[in-house]
Design a protein around this ligand. Sequence first.
Ligand SMILES: [Fe+2]
Length: 316
Amino acid sequence: MLSREQISFFKANGYLLLPGVMDLDLCRRVRDAMWHSLPASSGMCQDKASTHVGPFSDHLESADSLHTRMGYRWLNRHLGVTEDVVNLVYSETICGLAQQLLGGQLRQVISNGEPMGNRGPAWPGGPTDPAVGTAAARGVYYTLPYGDKPREPDACHTDGHPFQLGVVGLLDDSPKDGGAFKVWPASHRTLYPTFTLRYDQPRIPYYEHLPTAKGIVHSAEYLIEIERLNAEVDPVECWGRAGDIVFWHHRTAHMAGHNHTDVMRQAVLADFWTEDLDRFRTTDAQGDMWRDWSDEVQSAALEYSEAFALTQRLAI
Ligand SMILES: [Fe+2]
């Protein structure tokens, strides 16, 4: 169970690093399944790091929304609903921790159900809609080493689809600067009031003859705050060892990190929500942002020790 200090830190900063939570044997099995999903002719070998450097060669690229290989990103969403991934990231331990934060009744995930991306992109040429067909985890997401790709600035975003709590779990060791998930501390509290809806957001339909505006709509206040976060707030990088996880709040600004090491970033991404999400998602995003979370979260103060913040890589 989470301590009072862990809950306070999560409430204050919108993320919580938890080392050694996932089963290492299952991590290995999922890594093996990922590598076995590559075409036999790929030329990439799991145990030969020199073959891992991106970008994917032309013959290996795939825009398939269920198994994407583009540039430096390798996303397998078929694997998100396998029994091993469900047992790994929706384990009794992780569900217990999520339940402690969210309260209510967690939605039931299903092994071998419909994976995210099964219905194609959200609009022609658009991204996959993570809200559709996600019977369990989002999938297994890898970031290839960038090799000599020039460095680019970090840029954060929030996710548009409805859920309440996210988790990113490392399937293998991921060193610093190695493409791990990045979070902007406390951004959930400054971004939350810039939204109209609590766990969702308005969308503009896609029309072929009116192609300029499509997808999600952001308020002017949101765009200003994202700009401020990029300029003023140092992100926390969730690097670590196989089995480590990070919980993050739905409104926490984040990004997939850049991988400037020679180690492939291997992770599993999953969303948690309660059976009340449909009732909550379009309610007003003003007022107490914790009003539907557990009593423990609601009553927690936003206080924690400096020593604890250091374990969470937060400079204070
Ligand atoms: Fe995202």
